[in-house]
Design a protein around this ligand. Sequence first.
Ligand SMILES: [Zn+2]
Length: 319
Amino acid sequence: MQLPNIENLEINKVTDDILKIHQIKPPFRFSCCDGLVILPKKERNSNSIVLDLNIEPYLVKKVNEIYGPVSDYVCSHGHMDHIAHVHQWESLGAKIYAPFPESTYLQNLKNFYRGFGFSKAMDYSIIQKFGEVNGYKKCKRVNSFKPGDLLEFEDFTIETIPFLGHSKSHIGFLLAKERIIHISCLGFDQPNPGADGFGPWYGFDECLIEQYLKDIDLAEEIFLEQADLLTSSHSYIVKNPDSTPFNYIRGKIRKNQTIVDQAILSFIASNKSEITLENLLKFDLFFPKKKMKGFLLEIYNYWESGIISKHLERSKYLK
Ligand SMILES: [Zn+2]
């Protein structure tokens, strides 16, 4: 099978009948994620099925022209980079599935605003702008399921795996027969082997590092025992046995703890001001907020507060 050449898309074969697709240049940082296209196969699925491929609408159209019709589309969770363009798959005829409660974020940006707790920290207009720059449009109808549910489309089966450290209904996908695990947004974001990225995301109140560490162990165990290939939302295809993704994510969490610990130690040493979240935010420990303004500054402040407070709780220097 010859792979098509579509500008701004990178298409790779995971297996002969499963493709991983990546939008090379997203219009904004949080507007796209990589996903899988399960091509039709005799005695499995008669139409293509798409897993969590949130790319710009004009690219959805192109993929659909070549590989469509797409009967079903499954979203992994409600973060912006996974929901913004799903409406386009729906308008081309796919049925949309997503885990509850984040399934409701696809249908209304207000649910995204309240669900992730933005409503406690900022005006809705900020999130409206955030939705706008990322191209968010809502879906009409979303079928919801519970993280952990088994999804069946004809003879194609997906075991959804709850990875709830990242968000309250974030899931990975185990395609047991095909021996593929897709760990979605667990935090493996190396664009190619050896490259660096931001790492795991736990900036919202609902995220828990404790749970995150358990999720990484679970993903590793499933990959090493039940799969030959690993894919994710922002990285390359990994072949078993290779623990790079898991070691990378754990390493990033450790590194983030060190960043916060060092800041605490410098506060203790200087004895000038109190160790408060507000004071720590001024250091730009995780994001270059000094260069930001307007709605982005508010959003990044909120996220960084979430990350820092989780590491404050775990710091040995504050016990
Ligand atoms: Zn995410």
